[in-house]
Ligand binder design. Structure first.
Ligand code: ZN
Length: 689
């Protein structure tokens, strides 16, 4: 499970930011030595591109650096999988667009060509032709006719034509895929009135209806039970469900199976990583991950996860696999991703305090006793420095992750929760002085509070969300993790958010020394309410509803507490000079509302109450007030800020002497398009057709 940054990003007061020592060794960087590190590199459509620093990389041992290098290669090797999982024609489309970008012989300075470049950048940004957040298909701003001239002026040897395909046929095929709004209009449809699978373009099912997929897995679980096999495995997590010769079968992602060309590369780098692991536990985990990729066996996947949770002493750590299920409307199939990182030892002291007290938080939550964990096992939380993003987590990334996702492993062995401080740091630095906070905050007092405490409040909320929230509570016997289907992700995120919101103003945090005064919690409440009721709407197109799970979660919570607290005037809606603001009158009352909703949501989760989840999400988390929406968009437009952020990864290279690795260098590229083209050239392993 993962946390994304909210649209509200605090602008923090900073003294001039100087470069950390460890970056001086790098050629590229040493030239701009005393200058400020350039975080924001460009903006296009609704997106901006940032770079992130990897402070502390130079201080790692050679062995640790080498491990980061091998794992970063494994992370990049799965890139194509993400494109293909998102939509079956994404690789074909990307390859075509890149060929034009590279080899088109016509005018590259025209307005039309610029529009083409923006479209390609959006495809890179979203790992396909659907918006990474709304999951709607986005269309190019250039015309079909222009697209046809682009193809005609690109050498056909560069284009991924099918066998015996004429240029004209190719143009027709690609035009339909790219321009036709009826073809694959949505990547993930969560609309319960239609067939979730047939209405979703994501590539986890083919020729299979929702009811057939449900039957398939119900039967599989029943058989497993009957044969006394493991019924706890995450059924369907690493496969595509297809109809073949009239029969429905699973195509497993593994070496020798689906995506073998990419998985073989991942395994190759993991095997190299085995030679430089830091601890026996880490070695064991990597071995099991390799065994899983080679067998496709989900029981081995669970064994790997257990081994991974037990590896607590390695500084370098990583995520690599088919993990999050947000891309599947049925919340069963894992999207491939990788995040390579190492522990920020100093900052981790903050999260260790939380995890050491996990049981206290569980015992004292407002949740009904029967839904609480009697013993919270090994919630380990750390602050990490991200070194490489890959797959679904690249170029857009979460800011916090809590894994593994399997509930039974979390319950019995615990989970690892991370907060990605160098990523949130890049967000903060890049957003300084963009005027967003000043525009939407009700008062100068709120602005000041946010500048002083917003950064800490945000990080603490992420810590609480990931390290305690997701790990809290338990399911009733017999309730499966997929019981809430299309509402699962929203409810799960709400549960973790509410846990964090409830506790951020708890005196316990002061007692633990994590918070010095009540302004921290107030800063978080201000920003959460403002975002959930108002500012996150900047991400929604006029006339659309809220679709993405984390956004639904935030809307649900903010609207619920706003409505429930109306009679007590907990939150006031204020209009000033024709602009809408939300002001919190009663912070303690608000906290009580958060607690009340947490109780309800935990019950829904524990009981797997689909109907209650539907009602709650559809009532509070989906609808948009069109008048307020219009106003917010207008106010936002004047600020000229792109609401979505993607990242350029650092680039690692081995330094060898007489064939022996003597160092690993890190560089910070500045050109997003160049990095994307480099990745496509170097790490394209899957067939395009
Ligand atoms: Zn989460």
């Amino acid at each position: 499970m993962r946390t994304f940054i909210t649209i509200f990003i605090m602008t923090i007061a900073l003294t001039a930011f100087s470069l950390p020592q460890q970056r001086k060794g790098d050629d590229k960087i040493s030239r701009e030595n005393e200058e400020e590190f350039k975080y924001l590199t460009e903006q296009f459509a609704d997106s901006k591109i940032l770079r992130y620093l990897v402070p502390g990389f130079e201080n790692l041992s050679l062995k640790q650096k080498t491990l980061v290098y091998y794992l970063s290669q494994a992370a990049l090797s799965g890139r194509d999988i993400t494109y293909d999982q998102n939509y079956k024609s994404n690789l074909l489309i990307r390859t075509t667009l890149e060929a034009i970008y590279r080899d088109y012989t016509g005018d590259r300075k025209s307005e039309e060509f610029k529009k083409f470049v923006v479209y390609l950048k959006r495809v890179w940004f979203c790992n396909g032709i659907h918006h990474h957040y709304s999951t709607d298909k986005f269309l190019p701003e250039f015309s079909r006719e222009y697209f046809s001239t682009l193809i005609s002026a690109t050498p056909s040897g560069s284009l991924p034509l099918a066998k015996k395909q004429e240029n004209g046929q190719f143009i027709a095929e690609m035009t339909d895929l790219i321009f036709n709004p009826e073809v694959a209009p949505k990547r993930v449809s969560l609309d319960p009135s239609g067939d979730l699978i047939l209405n979703s373009a994501s590539n986890f099912y083919e020729g299979v209806k929702q009811v057939e997929a449900e039957e398939f897995y119900t039967k599989m679980k029943k058989e497993a039970k009957k044969n006394k096999m493991d019924t706890l495995i995450s059924f369907g997590l690493n496969s595509k469900l297809v109809r073949e010769n009239g029969k429905i079968v699973e195509k497993t992602y593994k070496t020798g199976g689906l995506y073998t060309q990419a998985i073989e590369q991942i395994v190759l780098w993991l095997k190299k990583a085995l030679t430089v692991t830091e601890t026996p536990e880490q070695n064991d985990a990597v071995k099991k991950l390799i065994a899983y990729y080679e067998s496709g066996n989900l029981k081995t996947w669970d064994e790997y996860n257990i081994a991974w949770v037990k590896d607590l002493n390695s500084l370098v750590d990583f995520v690599n696999g088919f993990i999050e299920v947000y891309g599947d409307p049925m919340a069963m199939k894992g999207s491939w991703e990788s995040i390579v990182n190492f522990k920020d030892v100093e900052a981790t002291k903050r999260t260790e305090i939380l995890s050491n007290n996990a049981q206290w938080f569980e015992d004292n939550s407002p949740v009904a006793p029967e839904f609480k964990k009697k013993t919270v096992k090994g919630v380990t939380a750390k602050v990490i420095t991200v070194a490489q993003l890959g797959g679904e987590s690249d170029p857009t990334t979460p800011i916090g992750v809590n894994l593994p996702n399997a509930n039974w492993i979390r319950k019995e062995y615990g989970s690892k929760s991370v907060t990605m401080d160098n990523i949130t740091d890049a967000y903060d630095k890049a957003s300084q002085g963009n005027g967003f906070l000043e525009e939407f905050a009700f008062s100068a007092e709120e602005v000041k509070r946010s500048k002083e405490f917003g950064h800490l409040a945000g990080n603490l909320t992420t810590d609480l969300h990931e390290c305690l929230g997701h790990g809290s509570g338990q399911l009733n016997h017999g309730v499966g993790a997929d019981a809430l289907k299309n509402y699962h992700s929203t409810i799960e995120e709400s549960r973790a958010d509410l846990f964090a919101l409830y506790y951020i103003s708890d005196p316990m945090l002061v007692k633990l020394g994590l918070v010095t005064n009540e302004e921290v919690a107030k800063a978080e409440y201000d920003s959460y309410i403002r975002n959930g009721l108002m500012t996150q709407l900047v991400r929604i197109h006029p006339g659309k509803n809220i679709e993405e799970s984390h956004m639904r979660d935030r809307a649900l919570i903010a609207h619920w507490v706003y409505e429930k607290g109306k009679s007590k005037k907990i939150i006031a809606k204020v209009t000033r000079d024709g602009k809408t603001y939300f002001r919190i009158n009663d912070y303690e009352g608000l906290r009580a509302e958060f607690g009340e909703l947490l109780k309800i949501i935990q019950q829904i989760t524990s009981e797997g109450d689909y109907k209650a989840a539907l009602e709650l999400v559809e009532t509070y988390g989906v609808q948009v007030d069109p008048e307020l929406h219009k106003e917010v968009l207008k106010r936002y437009e004047r600020l000229n800020i792109a609401p979505y952020t993607g990242f350029i990864n650092p680039q690692y290279s081995l330094v060898k002497k007489n064939g022996v690795i003597v160092d690993v260098k890190i560089a910070y590229p500045v050109d997003f398009a160049k990095q994307m083209l480099f990745y496509s050239k170097r790490y394209s392993f899957l067939p395009v057709r």
